[in-house]
Design a protein around this ligand. Sequence first.
Ligand code: MN
Length: 208
Amino acid sequence: MTLSQIITILIIEDNEDNLIIAREILSRAGYRVLVARDGDAGLGLACNHRPDLILMDMYLPGKDGYETTRLLKSEMITQDITVVAFTALAMAADRQRAKAAGCAGVIIKPIDVDTFAQTVASYLDPKTTFRREMNQPEPMTALAEFRDQLRLSHDLQAPLRKIQQSCEFMRQSALQDMSEENRRLLGIIERSSHQMLAVLSKHFHLPQ
Ligand code: MN
């Protein structure tokens, strides 16, 4: 009970939004969460950390989720790890294909923040639950708030990037026609928008 008190979940997912939301929900539910953005990185983490569960996006750059799952299931060190397909495609044929690759089941995207942690928990080996009880999960009510913050952050990002693009355009096309004072003001707008994006990125771990 000393080395492995906390259940580890590996998320292999290339969509940044899904990754952020899934990681946040599972961390708050008390799990240790590892993330990979492609199959090869996921294989490496799976071998090194032997997670209790892997959430596998089926459409990844490079090796897709099916191939990555087959490789996990063919290696002795990783073959016992439960792999759950994490996909927007949930037709019978898709489920069948995921199962044939070695997945224990399917969790549907988009993520339902109210049920996701419980759905993931249903795939965990009951033997591992005693370890989860040792964690101190944050109240799940915080998740709705987090989801709203995430949405707000995304809504702010688009106009901020437009401001930056406009500044860059002005810098390239009109700088020589601008007065000293207007150049100074352009610099202020640029720095301010960079600062705001940096705050968002830091707070939500968003890609730059
Ligand atoms: Mn994908």
